[in-house]
Design a binder for this molecule. Structure first.
Ligand code: PGA
Length: 257
């Protein structure tokens, strides 16, 4: 973390978990233990059907609500889809884009990721752009080549004044939901690499201001060490964000004075 130049953001990614009833139960348990953490922003990305209610439930708290994806067009004949404008209009603040599960199961490509980032920024949402390598790619030694390509594609045609609204999440695919975390050194190396790509594209001032998260089996035990790295400015947390006490422990790790 480097709180001088950029925000630390702890974001939960609930994926396809929690009904509305379960979302209410989470809010009732989480709000009283949350308080007002001073050093980090807190985001909960929840299934589309629960966004509107979640926004109301967390209205008077420090929690912002995010979506887990959006379409790249403003409107039109795209049955089943939700646009960035629709999300913005109900009070959503963030949207995850290009999560590896969406790339794997729903054919999201670096090109659609770019279009979605543009559409999210145009709507006034903050995109959380996920990048990350598979185990095979890591073993082949092409991790940074791939990440560089993903970051460059995601940022294509994004004007300099909008780049600081983009959040990146480095999520090695082999670490997601597996209980296998990247070591703090491995995660730092790639997050630093992402910042270098941004610096080459937009200059040092912009690169310094961009929040870069780590994601992939982040939990109460490993959060402090990961967040102590200079280029890791938060986390995108799946499994551990489903339990109020576990999520709170990660928030506490980001709030040490
Ligand atoms: P995990 O998920 O924390 O359960 O590994 C992270 C993510 O997919 O964003």
């Amino acid at each position: 973390m480097n709180r001088r130049y950029r925000k630390t953001i702890i974001a939960g990614n609930w994926k396809m978990n929690k009904t509305l009833t379960e979302t209410k139960a989470f809010a009732e348990e989480f709000k009283p233990i949350l308080g007002r953490p001073k050093w980090c922003d807190i985001v909960l990305c929840v299934p589309a059907v629960n966004l509107h209610s979640a926004i109301r439930m967390f209205k008077d708290s420090r929690v912002s609500i995010g979506a887990e994806t959006c379409h790249y067009e403003e409107n039109g004949a795209f049955t089943g889809e939700v646009s960035a404008q629709m999300l913005k209009d109900i009070g959503v603040k963030y949207v995850i884009i290009g999560h590896s599960e969406r790339r794997q199961y729903y054919n999201e490509t670096d090109f659609t990721v770019n279009k979605k980032v543009i559409s999210a920024l145009n709507a006034g949402l903050r995109p959380i752009v996920c990048v990350g390598e598979s185990l095979e790619q890591r073993e082949l030694g092409v991790t940074m080549d791939l990440i560089t390509y993903q970051v460059k594609c995601a940022l294509a045609n994004i004007p300099i004044e909008k780049v600081r609204h983009v959040v990146f999440a480095y999520e090695p695919i082999w670490a997601i939901g597996t209980g296998k975390t990247a070591t703090a050194e491995e995660a730092q190396e790639v997050c630093e690499g992402i910042r270098t790509v941004i610096r080459k594209l937009y200059g040092a001032r912009v690169a310094r201001a961009v929040t870069i998260q780590y994601g992939g089996s982040m939990n109460a035990k490993n959060a402090a060490e990961l967040l102590a790295q200079p280029d890791i400015d938060g986390g995108l947390i799946g499994g551990a964000s489903l339990k109020p006490d576990q999520f709170m422990q990660i928030i506490n790790a980001a709030n040490q004075d």
